[in-house]
Design a protein around this ligand. Sequence first.
Ligand code: MN
Ligand code: MN
Ligand code: MN
Length: 321
Amino acid sequence: KTAAIVGCPFSGGQPRVGVDKGPIHLIDAGLVNQLVTLGWKVNFDGHHQFEDIKAEDDPPIGILKNPRLVSRVSESVAKAVTGHVSKGHLPITLGGDHSLAMGTISGTMNIHPNACVVWVDAHADINTAESTDSGIASIKFVSAQCFSQQPGCTGNIHGMPVSFLLGIGSKFSEYAWLKPLLKAERLVYIGLRDVDAGEKRILRENNIKAFSMHEVDKYGIGKVVEMALNHVNPNRDLPIHLSFDVDALDPSVAPSTGTPVRGGLTFREGHYICEAISETGLLVALDMMEVNPALADDASVKKTVAVGCSLVRSALGETLL
Ligand code: MN
Ligand code: MN
Ligand code: MN
C-alpha cells in the first residue's frame, strides 16, 4: 500500500492569508513518518508546484474571485491526483483551501467514474455564481460583515467547488477542463451547520443527501456514517473519495481555520468518520483541507495541525486497539 502526498500551498479560493501554509505545517509535524509507522509506503517529494498568476492579471470573471488562478491550480492538482490514482496509489491532498477539491475529485473520477464522495464540512461549498451573488444581495441589508468576517458570501470559490463538480450553475469557459463527472446521488455530506439560503435550495432541488449536526445529535455518529454510506454506496462496492474540511470539527478542537462555526463535530466524531471509511477498504483518495496556521495562537495552531494529522492517520487505518 502506497500513499502519495499532494501538498497544496494554495489560498486563492478565499481571502485569508495563511491557509497556503497548512500543508507545510502538516508535513513538518511529521505526517510522512506517522504514515510510514502505520505500514504505508509514502511518496512525498516536496509540495505541489503550480503557476502563480498575479492578482492584476486575474480580475474577477462575473463574481468569481481569482478565477484563472483557482482554475489552473485545480487543473494541475487534478492531473497529479489522476496520476497517483492510476497507479493504485492513495493520494492525500493537503490544503490549502477547499476550492482545490475541484481538482482532487476530478482527478479521482477520471480514473474511478463510479466513485462516491463523502464531504465532511461545516459548509456545503455548493454555491454557484448565482447563489453566492444572492448571498451578497440578501446579506448586505444585514451588515457589512459579509465582506470582512464572512469571506464566503462574496464570490470566493472555496464556497463553490461542489456546484462546479456537479455541473450546476452558470458555466465559465475558464473552467472548460472541469467535466461534471459527479452525480448528485453519489455525494453525501456530514457535519453541515452553516449553509447559505441559496445552498439550501440547491441541496433540496438536486435531492442531495446531507447529515447536518442536527442528525449527528439525533442519531449519533455511528448511525450517521452508516446511513451516509448506505445512501452513496449501498453495496459497499464503490470507491470512496473523502474530502475533509477541518472546519467540520468544532472550533474548540480545530480553531485554526478560516471560517470556523460553533457546534461542530467532536474530536472523536471526526475520527470515527475516518475510521469507519477506512474500515470499508474502499478509500481511494483523501483531502485534508482548510488548516490555516496563521489564525489563532500557537497552542491553537499546534492543536489544529495535530488533529489534521491524526484524522489522516485514522483514514489510513490507525486503530485504537
Ligand atoms: Mn468549511
Ligand atoms: Mn455564508
Ligand atoms: Mn469546505
